[in-house]
Each structure stands twice: as structure tokens, then as C-alpha cells.
Design a binder for this molecule. Structure first.
Ligand SMILES: [Zn+2]
Length: 287
């Protein structure tokens, strides 16, 4: 069932487990994510990006998630969230469309501008009873700096004292932080700076969100939760699972002309990854 994100996050905090925020792009990925959550009885966040909205349309993708949450996942709490909104326009459109949470990402701007832009979206969100996620520090990769300089990463990690100021000035409900992960596939380059995470966790009390978590080993996810991360975004792993299975299917079954036969195995491949991630976050059997 569709619920407000605050219900899911409150229960996870109480029960000391992490919540997966899974990106979807179409009907098939939404089915893959939701069926996995139903199977292992996990509360989940389903998130869409501006690119997905551009691809599918805001109304169609919103309705796909809402309808599947209401029907396929009637017994499982599902929250709908905008991932990486880059403007007040896209944030407000999602709020008006019925999302219970949005992410306003102005983290590539100087601190004061980030505060200003984030605050505007937070105020609008709160006026409508919606949660807002801000972002502080730079998360390299596809959605951040495309040609991120890996050598300089440490300079871009979230500063704990700045995080205190950012949360106070903006009133964000959750905070995306930079602690060493990347958006996209950078196997072997990524690690979590746990000391930095601990410092941030001690400094602020809002739920912390780990982005770019596809590239770290699954057991690091469990450790991140133990160190105070509450929400983990998973996107790339799902895309990889979907696409690799799709290639395998069309290469093997060259006489298939039925999209359902071609896409069906990819739905299952997405589910498998989601189940694995959920188990490492500890949110299975919590719905
Ligand atoms: Zn992200």
C-alpha cells in the first residue's frame, strides 16, 4: 500500500534496520522491485529520477507506482520519492502529483546557494505535508560530476559541522551525504569512509541517505546501517541486472517477437537483486 515515507523511516529507526530506495524507470522495473518486496515482506521506497519522468511522463510513472503499490503490494508499505530533483519546478510538480518525499539536489553549488535553493523546496514540501531530502557534499559519477576526479574525493566528503548548519538552516527531513560512494559503476574504486560517517551521525539527527551504493559490496551495506545510514539508494545494480538479462534473452531466444517473453526474465532479474539488497539492509520480514 502507498504510505508516507515518514511511517517507513520511523519504523526502521525503531527497529534498527535500513530501508532500500530503489529506482524504477518503467512498468517492468516497478514490477521487479515491488514483487521482491512482497516476497520478503519488506517496506520499500520506490524512487524516480527526472530522467525517468522525462522518459515515461510524470503522470504515467506516478500512476504505475501507485497502482502497483495498491494492488500487487497491498500488504507492504511503499513510499514514492523523487530522486535528484534539480529545480524547484520538478520538485513542486512531484509534490503536486502525490509524492510523499522529494530530493532537492543543489549540492554542486556553493554552500549558501545550496541552502537557499534547498530551503525553498523544503518550505514548499512542508506546506504540502511532504518530506524533503537535501544533499551536502559531492557524490561523483553520472548524476554528479561526470568526470569526477577520484584522487580528490576526500575534499568533497560531507563536512560534519557544515551538515549541522545545513540542517538547521534548511529544515530538511533527510540528508544525502558524501562518504565515498559514486553514482554508476566504479567497481573497486569505492569505499565508505566510516570515520566520517560516524562524525556526521554524531553531529546531526536527521535520517542519513547513502547514494551510489550499487558499487560497494553487499556486506558494506550492512555495516553502513550499523554506522547510522537509514536509507540506501540502489539504481545502477538494477539497471545492470535488467539489461544483462535482456541481452541474454534476446541473444538466446532469437525467434521471440513477444515483448512479454523478452522482458519477463528481466523483471525477475531485478527482483533477485532487490531481495539480496533488502536482506543486507535487514528490512526483510518487517512489513
Ligand atoms: Zn543519487
Amino acid at each position: 500500500m502507498l504510505v508516507h515515507i515518514k511511517e517507513i523511516v520511523a519504523k526502521a529507526k525503531e527497529g534498527n534496520y535500513g530501508i532500500g530506495a530503489f529506482n524504477v524507470a518503467n512498468l517492468e522495473t516497478t514490477l521487479g522491485v515491488t514483487r521482491a518486496a512482497v516476497k520478503v515482506r519488506a517496506p520499500i521506497i520506490i524512487q524516480v529520477s527526472e530522467k525517468t519522468i522525462e522518459y515515461a511522463g510524470l503522470k504515467p510513472i506516478t500512476h504505475i507506482v501507485q497502482t502497483i503499490a495498491k494492488n500487487e503490494a497491498a500488504d507492504i508499505p511503499v513510499a514514492l520519492h523523487l530522486d535528484h530533483g534539480h529545480s524547484f519546478k520538478s520538485v513542486s510538480e512531484c509534490i503536486n502529483a502525490g509524492f510523499s518525499s522529494i530530493h532537492i539536489d543543489a549540492s554542486d553549488l556553493p554552500f549558501d546557494e545550496n541552502v537557499k535553493i534547498t530551503k525553498e523546496s523544503v518550505d514548499y514540501a512542508h506546506k504540502h505535508g511532504v518530506w524533503a531530502q537535501g544533499e551536502l557534499g559531492r557524490i561523483f559519477g553520472k548524476e554528479g560530476l561526470v568526470n569526477g576526479n577520484f584522487e580528490k574525493l576526500e575534499e568533497f566528503l560531507t563536512d560534519p559541522q557544515q551538515a549541522v548548519e545545513f540542517v538547521e538552516k534548511t529544515g530538511v527531513d533527510t540528508l544525502a551525504i558524501s562518504v565515498g560512494t559514486y553514482h554508476g559503476r566504479f567497481k573497486g574504486k569505492e569505499k565508505i569512509y566510516f570515520d566520517r560517517l560516524d562524525e556526521i551521525r554524531k553531529a546531526i539527527s536527521v535520517p542519513l541517505v547513502l547514494h551510489g551504493a550499487s558499487g560497494i559490496p553487499d556486506n558494506e551495506l550492512t555495516k553502513a546501517i550499523e554506522h547510522g545510514i537509514q536509507i540506501v539508494n540502489i539504481d545502477t545494480s538494477l539497471r545492470v541486472a535488467f539489461t544483462e538479462k535482456l541481452k541474454e534473452t534476446v541473444n538466446k531466444e532469437t525467434d521471440y517477437v513477444d515483448p512479454r517473453k523478452i522482458l519477463g526474465p528481466s523483471i525477475e532479474a531485478v527482483s533477485e537483486v532487490v531481495i539480496r539488497k533488502i536482506k543486507h539492509l535487514g528490512s526483510n520480514n518487517k512489513a
